[in-house]
Design a protein. Sequence first.
Length: 78
Amino acid sequence: MANTDTKTTEKLLERMDELETRLAFQDELINTLSDQVAQQELDIRKLWEAKQHLKKQLSEISPSNIKREDEETPPPHY
């Protein structure tokens, strides 16, 4: 019976070691992914700011050809 208990204990210890190893890899992966998401958030903010800047520059260089409603002349049928 002691032999069976020893084998069971060894199997449990092996399983625990495997689970601890998996957990360590998962923790590492989660940290890596978290860092990547944070970096992507910064990149997205920079790109959005650059887009806003380009939009402003474009509107200053090339004003819209569409007039505001109060500047439009009424259609001929009025």
